[in-house]
Design a binder for this molecule. Structure first.
Ligand code: SF4
Length: 119
């Protein structure tokens, strides 16, 4: 039997959640105030993922950088590869919210998209 202590990131309350596992299977979750906390804890100990936010360079625009994010969660273990891949990205202006600035980032199958306009 193994226990993992987590802080839920589902909302600013940050509940301290305890997960009990046996043979890699979650058998109990305590400390969560709501169902979202249990869902987060189960996922975090079996298949942790995150949305990644960052910036990339813009060429010829009204601002030198544009904020970006992954369109959906990527595996936590791919975050460094994602950030590293974005360091080499420069996009030409204009950039619009939702434009894909990096497709299939780090082989995750997830695109990185702009989160603001740069003219
Ligand atoms: S368990 Fe629910 S109330 Fe507690 S931090 Fe997570 S989302 Fe918020």
């Amino acid at each position: 039997m193994e226990t993992r202590e987590l802080t839920c990131i589902g909302c600013p309350l940050g509940c301290a959640v305890m997960v009990t596992l046996e043979n890699g299977q979650v058998i109990n979750v305590t400390g969560n105030t709501c169902k979202r906390g249990e869902d987060y804890a189960r996922k975090e100990v079996t298949h942790p993922t995150r949305i990644v936010t960052s910036t990339v360079r813009v060429c010829g625009g009204s601002a030198p950088m544009v904020s970006v994010k992954t369109r959906s969660d990527i595996p936590k273990g791919k975050i460094f590869d994602c950030v590293h891949a974005l360091k080499g990205v420069t996009v030409p202006a204009p950039v619009h919210i939702g434009d894909v600035v990096a497709a299939d980032v780090a082989g995750t199958g997830v695109d990185v998209i702009a989160t603001k306009d740069v003219c």
